[in-house]
Ligand binder design. Structure first.
Ligand code: SF4
Length: 368
């Protein structure tokens, strides 16, 4: 069924702003201190010690580029042990991060779950700011770092806590579900969070006739098509997924009718209508693992296909794909700097964190 109403400003995307200002001399730096920069030379020893990691990415990183990445990979892996740190990396991170330095990888839901279990003093979030905030909200006693504070998200920037309070006034008693791609302030105003993996399940779990589902207009439309619950949506969009078009997919299929097309629910409805399967990044990867199509188009961020190519050498990943400029702010040199200088520390107001935690935990502990 179509969504009941779509609210929000005409231009949904606010200009990207740093989600949090860098703090000079953060508490993390005072607590742990800075470390000297390691050698970043490409030597026979570095080559030997990183050979097993290069094997994971050799299909997507040419041999002449590895001497640049390898010294960073070795230094970061050593520093993680020294600092008792773990790296969480989203599926949209580049292959050298995803395959060579990450301890946990996955979509927003998987990373949120891992964040509750990590046994480390420090979490380095290789993803965007709302993910780092979620890690901090779930681990108030741990130090959470993000290698670049400017790694934002067009969806998270589409809505504020004040917007949610106004919606509650307009629709009294209607439960509010927010996508995890929102700030801690917005999560704090919500009844429960959801991800693209579990949005339908979360909406139906509330037992309500109407639900406000924020802030992704296209995810809300997809959920509305899968449930009898009436959905009130917001005009937020992912700037990566909104750029795909049904015409480009029709063209791909015309060139090869056997190609499989799988799409993320943040895509426009006509794109989803062209797809053979729709699901979150984790569900898309599982689908390709299970079905092993000869050729497949993953209608999502570019790096995902690169990241699973090593594991699935028999599958040909066909483009189109689009890059997320925010995810791509995270690089190996910035991760190294983050661990050396303890920056950028993610801070969330404890009062907001407590309320946001309730909404996130309610989702995590929802029975499947
Ligand atoms: S891909 Fe879209 S939803 Fe994900 S971080 Fe980038 S802008 Fe946000």
């Amino acid at each position: 069924m179509p969504v009941l109403d779509i609210l929000g400003p005409e231009v949904s995307r606010r200009p990207p702003v740093p989600a949090q200002k860098p703090a000079a001399g953060s508490a993390a730096l005072r607590k742990y201190g800075a470390l000297p920069a390691p050698s970043l030379e490409w030597t026979p020893q570095v080559e030997r010690e990183t050979a097993h990691l290069y094997a994971r990415v050799q299909k997507v990183i040419p041999p002449n580029e590895w001497p640049f990445f390898a010294p960073y990979v070795k230094a970061i892996n050593a520093l993680k042990k020294q600092r008792n740190a773990v790296i969480l990396a989203h599926n949209y991170q580049t292959p050298e991060i995803y395959n060579c330095v990450a301890d946990f990888t996955g979509d927003s839901l998987q990373l949120a779950r891992e964040a509750t279990k990590v046994d480390a003093d420090i979490i380095v979030q290789c993803g965007v700011h709302f993910m780092a905030e979620t890690a901090k909200v779930l681990n108030p006693g741990k130090t959470v770092l993000i290698p670049d504070l400017r790694a934002g998200c067009s969806l998270a920037e589409a809505i504020t806590g004040e917007d949610v309070r106004l919606l509650r006034e307009r629709f009294p008693g209607v439960p509010v579900v927010t996508y995890v791609n929102t700030s801690a302030e917005v999560k704090a105003e919500s009844d429960i969070c959801c991800t693209s993996s579990n949005a339908v399940q979360v909406v139906e779990s509330l037992g309500a006739e109407r639900v406000i589902l924020l802030p992704d207009e296209y995810l809300a439309k997809y959920v509305a098509s899968q449930t009898k619950v009436k959905i009130i949506a917001w005009k937020g969009r992912c700037e990566v997924h909104e750029r795909f078009t049904a015409d480009e997919l029709k063209q791909v299929r015309a060139n090869d009718p056997s190609v499989q097309i799988i799409a993320h629910p943040e895509c426009p409805p006509d794109v989803i209508a062209e797809a053979d399967f729709t699901g979150s990044t984790a569900h898309m990867i599982d689908w390709v693992r299970a079905k092993r199509p000869k050729r497949v188009v993953m209608v999502t961020e570019c790096s995902m296909a690169d990241n699973v190519q090593g594991e699935l050498p028999d599958v040909e990943f066909v483009r189109p794909c689009n890059l997320c400029p925010h995810m791509k702010r995270i690089t190996l040199p910035k991760i190294l700097d983050s661990l050396l200088q303890m920056k950028e520390e993610v801070v969330v107001d404890p009062m907001i964190a407590e309320r946001a935690r309730r909404a996130v935990e309610r989702m995590i502990y929802l029975k499947s």
